[in-house]
Design a binder for this molecule. Sequence first.
Ligand SMILES: NC(=O)c1ccc[n+]([C@@H]2O[C@H](COP(=O)([O-])OP(=O)(O)OC[C@H]3O[C@@H](n4cnc5c(N)ncnc54)[C@H](O)[C@@H]3O)[C@@H](O)[C@H]2O)c1
Length: 321
Amino acid sequence: MKKVKVGFIGVGGIASVHMANIAQHEHADIVAVCDIVEASARAAGEKFGATVYTDSSDLLEKEKIDALFICVPPFAHGNIEEKAAQLGIHLMVEKPIGLDLPSVQTKLKAIEDAGILCATGYCLRYLDTIEKAKGFLNGREIAMVRGYYLTSFVHTPWFREIEKSGGQLVEQATHILDLIRYLCGEINQVYANMNLNVLKDIPNINIPDVTSLNFTFESGAVGHLDCSLTQPDHRMGLEILGKDFRVEVNGTDVTIVEKDKKTIFKSNVNFYEQQDKAFIEAVQTNDTKQILSTYENGIKTLAVTLAAYESNETNTRIVIK
Ligand SMILES: NC(=O)c1ccc[n+]([C@@H]2O[C@H](COP(=O)([O-])OP(=O)(O)OC[C@H]3O[C@@H](n4cnc5c(N)ncnc54)[C@H](O)[C@@H]3O)[C@@H](O)[C@H]2O)c1
């Protein structure tokens, strides 16, 4: 089978994970990399034997690639998606896919008009344990969800600025919010309280260090998600409660609690690797069924997280359209 030629725009933290996966994939080659920091682009180019660029438009104009990983920070997407789509290049876009709904809707139209595949980086969906949880929940009525993303501060310079990252819920806890949507259905209303309480001494910080989000589902279930950047360690997960059962997601483990029965599932997969394999196979076969998070899905998760900020600012309950 013909190898998938892959390009990368942004070769920082998460790109390193994807590049390692693609480099060892038997049906894919990294042919070009781009980063505005020339030294970073050069280092990645040398490591993976790829042509080096510092301008994404140059890479797209000069290279013949089948697929592109967009791994830039949330504020830096510009119109990379639109340009790649016009060239018929399939996309893997890291989450969050943007910071406002109009721009991502424009990108969605470009993606749909071009008929390209587009996956988004909601990698937790690819956990074997989440598949077990989804299977158990199929046909069961959910009463309530309790989510949490409680961690320490991320020192990446752009993370602390709301205009660049969108804040903890949009940039980070979005993973748990997306998992809640994946396992429990669509959220139709949100009400949030956020504040910058105890991390005010961090230079240039203007994102909340605590978030308390309440929501309701179309199904009538209710839920909440607590986020904080104040902790010395990292905890993320959720509990899904129904009549005489509970599904607990704790990191990558899933525990199903029923009357007189407790089943624990430990993950045996690398979810990033699973995600990248699914994307490459989708590009090869032009079959999207293994892509568990599309661009449209990325928009739905972004919409809920942006609505939470609107709720906090306006002190009102926001209906998700
Ligand atoms: N799925 C996950 O688990 C996961 C984990 C970490 C980060 N992410 C997401 O990936 C994205 C990148 O995060 P990161 O931690 O890798 O950030 P990073 O700061 O480590 O890397 C971003 C890279 O993009 C480069 N860049 C910025 N603007 C550019 C442009 N216009 N053209 C080319 N290169 C450009 C920067 O120089 C930097 O090297 C974010 O959206 C983040 O939320 C996802």
